[in-house]
Design a protein around this ligand. Sequence first.
Ligand code: N2P
Length: 365
Amino acid sequence: MKMFGRTLLTLSLLGAMATGAQANDKVLRVYNWSDYIAPDTVKKFEDETGIRVTYDVFDSNETLEARLLAGKSGYDIVVPSNSFLAKQIKAGVYQPLDKSKLSNWKNLNPVLLKNASASDPDNGHAFPYMWGSIGIGYNPAKVKEVLGTDAPVNSWDLLFKPENAAKLKACGISFLDSPTEMLPAALHYLGYPVNSQDKAQIIEAEALFMKIRPSVAYFHSSKYISDLANGNICVAVGYSGDVLQAKARAKEAGDKVKIEYSIPKEGAGSFYDMVAIPRDAANVDNAYLFMNFLMRPDIIADVTNNIGYSNANAAATPLVDEAIRDDPGSYPPQAVMATLYAIPDMPIGIQRVMTRGWTRVKLGK
Ligand code: N2P
């Protein structure tokens, strides 16, 4: 009997330890783009589930990829762009999705799912979170001051013509720090395929950047939001929603600075950012809960309403603020959509060529 009692005690102790372990397991580690979620999204998830979230941010696919390929990233949820996804799936970086754990999958936009399936057949590893374009954020007053009223703000000429860039230097130009997104913009401008693997063409794209390099204040993929908003720079090549955030911040700060976003008439790059679970994630069940949470129309509409990016959730559209739905930067009209090209998925060897070229551009030699 005593023995039995002790066994019971042992069992209940083990039970308590297991519960304790489970309590510690109520954690989730998320690695997302900066400025890419509503201020209270994570807190709402924590309050509803009791799961504690560690939320870290990056601002380029290149940074995320380096973490993922090194292995043991420690993250349970990551958000690569579709242009990096296919390669990473092949490298075995992600777990296949168990859609039976994602009851809200039905809310996703089938057209966008189909588009995203080009990098992930049957959407087997990831779902689209937000999408956007890579265009030009600018301060109309300052641009007019240096280039006059005819400044080609609706064309890549604004920056790729060295004489324009040289004048804009006075008020500040920035580009994204991403070879895989910026070199295709130059290739496109030069009339080459955006997914060119021809090294001579890539070198020409690099040379185009070299010509305007002395006029560029910096290459960075998140700093431009506040710099545009507070008037420190006047033109930034950036992500659609980030420029819209700059516009909103400038407005909140007293409306002295005005910011606009333009998708150049020659066309611009577009991306889907995809939510996925790394192969070695430690908290897979919690990752599914978070994914399903992000697929809720009320949650994801609130994210869009805060960050200005279009989400990929059809059921959420009626909940998106009309001002955002009507903003051609967030939801471009069909004719503009037709000019967008997908940021290409480049083989690793070409990606390396681009990265080396980009390092030279940034160094200016
Ligand atoms: C958020 C940028 C996300 C869009 N700051 C780039 N994929």
